[in-house]
Design a protein around this ligand. Sequence first.
Ligand code: HEM
Length: 206
Amino acid sequence: MAESQEEHGLSAVQREWLVFGAAWLATGAYIGHAVWQGPQQVGERPLASPGLWAANHLGALAFMWLVAALACTPLRIHLRATWPARWRRRLGLSAALLSGIHVAVWLVADQSSAAAVLKSFQEHIWLWPGALALLGMALLTATSTAAAVKKLGAKRWKALHRLVYAVAVLTVLHYALRSTADVQHWMAFGIAVAVTLWARRLRPLQ
Ligand code: HEM
């Protein structure tokens, strides 16, 4: 470690944080660009309200970070490396943070009262898998600390954190069941989730 620090000036951990910072910078740049452009017409579809439009972008970004977190376990298995385990936590927490912002933006910019939120949930079945996914993410976030691993024991903690796959499937449903959903987009996310699930079951190459 000391040797690699001397060679490159930065330790492995510092380089990881640099890459993580760059990924957040790219996320920030994406949001900045979207805000600068404002809501855009996609094909024949009517222009979304600014609240829905912003919620959409944030939801898609949250999903991208979630898929990146899911990719960590197959990468750890097949590359026989430990670094993906560290990335899994920070990518997962980033996905949870973006999901929280996604929902907060929708509540503040598109819903006028608690009654309006209730009405939305009555009218739009696809909001339910989203809410369940958010609950799952909250549970995963609350138990993401070293103290939680110690308290639950490694075996039970590992079993609980498989919940991330249910969260991913619920998010695909949340995305796909919307009448205005872009088929290619939600299918691409669905395929990405399926590939990460499939790849973690494959035996690593000898
Ligand atoms: C209580 C929880 C949630 C609520 C109320 C909610 C609400 C919404 C709303 C209002 C939209 C926009 C729909 C439209 O344009 O008609 C949306 C889209 C979306 N949401 Fe959520 N959401 C929730 C949880 C989540 C979670 C946990 C994720 C996980 C990453 C997520 C990911 C997405 C995605 C990927 C889209 C579609 C983005 C696109 O079309 O580009 N949502 N959600």
